[in-house]
Design a protein around this ligand. Structure first.
Ligand code: AHR
Length: 326
């Protein structure tokens, strides 16, 4: 038996022993939630490196993660916000390795630059669950599983709407954090299908303030633009402020297509300032926790779990917006 399978075996055995002991203590009745895999206490220790707090989407995702990894659900969570800096994420992951956590989960701010730290986690035999964004790495079997949204499909959904509803649009693309899979994958279909209509691009780093600043500059540089494709709602909300300040009407003079579906974004859609929103659902903390539990317990998990998304146009009702969880 190699070291990795030994570790898995030990983890599984501890879980089985804990479950048996509890069953014995409670007279054999089921219903205990103590199906955890590791550590003398039966609690799963998890290090989660969140990439930042740049958007409403991220806030909702963080809340969902924290609500899922609670003590009474069998977790001991160390949550670290990297403030959109890859070096902070690498440091947090190294700290988790030093602490000997049972599992590491992280949302990588960009796709590349993870080889070394992923290799270190692998050498330490700590399973990694990749969340939200994807990585490009030369490490073999770099993580146990991935869960997140299909950004390419989201981009394709946006393109299909544009082709049908604004086929001649002159597009300024408000990009997310450059080099992040959310930016790269959403942009690919837009470039492939509407490349000749793109008049300019700039990154707003997924934040409202930078989205506003990038749009102010774009309004000067590309006065002929008739549409903004914004890689998230926060930047679209910043763009709306910039467009209105320039005396133009967002949603009419300059159409806006956006991603995420946070409540403020959908409200702007309802108010006819945004024209179309492709959802990117951030509320999947429980699914992450379930995967972590399975991975630590040595169970098989899918390589990839995709969180389903919808899309909304201006027919959205106020009731739908009010009922949103984020
Ligand atoms: O990775 C998901 C993206 O990151 C969301 O679209 C955006 O709002 C966030 O910052």
């Amino acid at each position: 038996m190699n070291t990795k399978s030994t570790r898995r075996w030990v983890v599984g055995a501890v879980a089985a022993f804990a479950a048996l002991s509890l069953a014995a203590c409670s007279g054999g009745s089921s219903g205990s939630d103590d199906t955890k895999g590791s550590g003398g206490s039966g609690t799963i220790t998890v290090g989660f490196s969140q990439l930042g707090a740049e958007s409403g989407w991220r806030t909702a995702n963080t809340e969902s993660v924290k609500a899922a990894f609670t003590k009474d659900k069998g977790f001991d969570l160390t949550f670290v916000d990297a403030q959109q800096k890859q070096e902070n994420q690498i440091k947090a992951i190294r700290d988790f390795i030093d602490q000997g956590v049972d599992a590491i989960a992280f949302s990588p701010v960009v796709e590349t630059g993870w080889d070394q730290v992923l290799q270190e986690a692998k050498d330490a035999e700590i399973p990694v669950v990749l969340v939200d964004r994807t990585v490009k790495t030369s490490v073999s079997d770099p993580y146990a599983t991935y869960i997140g949204n299909d950004f390419t499909k989201e981009g394709e959904t946006a393109v299909a709407w544009i082709k049908k509803n604004a086929a001649d649009a002159k597009i300024f693309e408000l990009q997310g954090t450059l080099g992040s899979s959310a930016q790269v994958d959403r942009e690919k279909p837009v470039d492939a299908e509407l490349g000749s209509q793109i008049v300019g691009k700039a990154s707003g780093n997924f934040t409202r303030a930078e989205g506003k600043a990038a749009t102010e500059a774009a309004l000067q540089a590309y006065p002929d633009m008739t549409m903004i494709v914004s890689h998230n709602d926060d930047m679209a909300l910043g763009a709306i402020e910039a467009i209105e300040a320039a005396g133009k009407k967002p949603g009419t003079d300059i159409k806006i297509v956006s991603f995420d579906g946070v409540r403020d974004g959908l409200q702007a859609l309802h108010d006819k300032k945004i024209n179309y929103v492709v959802e990117c659902n951030p509320v999947y903390g429980d699914q992450i926790a379930d995967l972590v539990k399975k991975v630590v317990g040595g169970e098989d998990v899918p390589t990839r779990t995709i969180v389903p998304d919808e899309a909304f146009d201006q027919t959205i009702t106020q009731e739908t917006i009010d009922a949103r969880k984020y």
